[in-house]
Design a binder for this molecule. Structure first.
Ligand SMILES: [Zn+2]
Ligand SMILES: [Zn+2]
Length: 216
């Protein structure tokens, strides 16, 4: 789940009825009942089963609506206004509690990807290979951006990218193949080869590796 505004995750909401901390949950896609969305990806919900509206709600819902259900207190991000949501069971929302650390990590990655994509147009002129490598090595990045990065890689003519690529395991063989081709081209352009024993870069015409002393 990607949030445009991560500060939501740092908000603290306290249930006005029971003083329990309210739990950030993923908003359901539609507001059940009137078909409208909440206008928020995150809802802070009091999941305390001892909260008065929850305890007293079963009877109210039965009397007023004639079905099983009760209420949970809810606040929207950036607001302390209390909303009451009807829920069908005590399990409602317990499956959509947000894993804050996970979301923060995903969002950090996503931001880096977006920054790298934005830098693609200028990084060659800036001689900055970092955005290109960020995309190539980010398995969660969009394939189109990564493909473009691989295509650009050879133009940096920077042999230092080889180690990072060799140390990375690509999930898709198309990226293994595409980066292999780039490495072959870079080595050829620079009259270098990889030692077949220690993988260090050596002169293309070398008969003995200067690093591991192996005969080639
Ligand atoms: Zn409460
Ligand atoms: Zn060697």
């Amino acid at each position: 789940m990607y949030l445009n505004n991560l500060s939501v995750l740092d908000e603290e909401h306290t249930c006005p009825d029971c003083n329990a901390p309210m739990t950030p949950c993923e908003a359901p896609p539609v507001h059940v009942g009137d078909g409208l969305g909440w206008g928020s990806e995150v809802l802070f919900i009091c999941l305390n089963d001892e909260c008065p509206p929850f305890v007293n709600g079963w009877k109210k819902v039965d009397v007023n609506y004639g079905h099983k259900g009760t209420f949970r207190n809810m606040q929207l991000p950036g607001s302390k206004e209390l909303n009451v949501m009807m829920v069908a069971s005590e399990m409602a929302f317990t499956g959509s509690i947000l894993d804050l650390e996970e979301i923060k990590m995903q969002n950090v990655r996503y931001k880096k990807e977006k920054e790298a994509l934005a830098a693609l147009d200028t990084c060659l002129a800036d001689k900055d290979i970092k955005p290109v490598m960020t995309l190539i090595l980010d398995e969660a990045a969009t394939p189109a951006g990564r493909k473009r990065a691989v295509e650009m890689l050879v133009r940096f003519n920077d042999l230092s990218c080889i180690d990072a690529i060799r140390n990375h395991t690509f999930k898709k063989t198309e990226f293994t193949q595409a980066t292999n081709l780039v490495i072959q081209k870079l080595l050829k352009d620079n009259c270098q080869k990889e030692c077949s024993f220690c993988a260090e870069l050596i002169k293309a015409q070398a008969k003995k590796c200067m690093h591991c002393k192996s005969d080639l």
